[in-house]
Design a protein. Structure first.
Length: 237
C-alpha cells in the first residue's frame, strides 16, 4: 500500500500473480498491448480484489500522452485523457505504465483523489499540474495534497537524443539528465516532482524503483512487447 492520508487507499501493482502468457506474464493490466482480453479482465479482477475493490468500480483512461484532466463520478470511460479526479467513495482510479510515471494524489481533508499518467510527452505538456488544477476545482487545496510518483524509467537509464533532452528541459528543467553511460537522458521522476512542487503540493514522495532495472515491473524500453502495471487510488467508504 501507498500512504496518501487517512481515508485514502492506494497501491502499485507489479507483474506477478496474474494469468497472462509470455511476453505479458503475468499480471498485465493493459488492454491495448496485444494480450488476450480475457486474461486482462481476470488480471484486473485479481488486482482489484487483492485490495478489497470492486473490479467493476475501477476507472481506466485511454491514455494518449496528453495534459488533459477530467473529473469522474462513475465508471463510464473518461475517454482519451491522462488524468482523472473523483470525490466518489469506493470509485478507484487507475493509471497504467511501463516506463512512464503513474502519479497518485489525494487531499484527504477535502476527500478528493486523482491519478495521472506522466511520460515524456505528457510531463512536458503539463499533465501533473493539470491533475492538481482539476483536483482544486473539485475542492482540494494544493498545500493539503499528498502525492506519490510511481516507478518509472530513471534518469540513469532513460536515454534520448540531445535535441529531445533540450526540448523537454525547456519546459521542465529538472528533467534534464545524463545517463549512466554518459549520454543525454531524461529524469521523469525529477521533472514531475518539480512540477508538483511548483503547483504547491504539500507532500511529494516517490517509489524509487526504475522500471528498466526492475524485473518485477514491466518496461517497454527494456522489452518492447510487454504488459502494463498500474497505480490505483480511491476514497475509502
Amino acid at each position: 500500500m501507498v500512504y496518501l492520508g487517512p481515508g485514502v487507499g492506494a497501491f502499485f501493482t507489479d507483474r506477478h500473480g496474474g494469468v497472462s502468457a509470455p511476453p505479458y506474464d503475468s499480471l498485465n493490466l493493459g488492454g491495448s498491448v496485444g494480450d488476450d482480453p480475457e486474461a486482462v479482465l481476470e488480471n484486473r479482477r485479481r488486482a482489484a480484489a487483492s485490495h478489497g475493490l470492486d473490479p467493476a468500480r475501477v476507472v481506466w483512461m485511454r491514455q494518449i500522452h496528453s495534459a488533459d484532466a477530467v473529473r469522474v463520478d462513475g465508471t463510464a470511460s473518461p475517454g482519451e485523457v491522462d488524468a482523472v479526479v473523483t470525490t466518489e467513495p469506493g470509485l478507484a482510479l487507475g493509471s497504467l505504465a511501463a516506463d512512464c510515471a503513474p502519479v497518485l494524489a489525494a487531499d484527504p481533508v477535502a476527500r478528493v483523489v486523482g491519478a495521472a499518467h506522466a511520460g515524456r510527452v505528457g510531463m512536458a505538456a503539463g499533465v501533473a499540474p493539470a491533475l492538481v488544477e482539476e483536483m482544486v476545482r473539485a475542492g482540494a487545496r494544493p498545500e493539503r495534497m499528498i502525492a506519490v510518483i510511481g516507478p518509472c524509467a530513471c534518469g540513469d537509464c532513460y536515454e534520448v537524443s540531445a535535441e529531445m533532452r533540450e526540448d523537454v528541459a525547456r519546459a521542465v528543467p529538472a528533467a534534464w539528465a545524463t545517463t549512466r553511460a554518459g549520454t543525454p537522458g531524461l529524469d521523469i521522476r525529477a521533472g514531475v516532482a518539480e512540477q508538483l512542487a511548483k503547483a504547491g503540493v504539500g507532500e511529494i514522495s516517490h517509489d524509487a524503483r526504475c522500471t528498466m532495472e526492475s524485473p518485477e515491473l514491466y518496461s517497454h524500453r527494456r522489452d518492447r512487447l510487454t504488459g502494463r502495471f498500474a497505480g490505483y487510488v480511491w476514497l475509502e467508504k
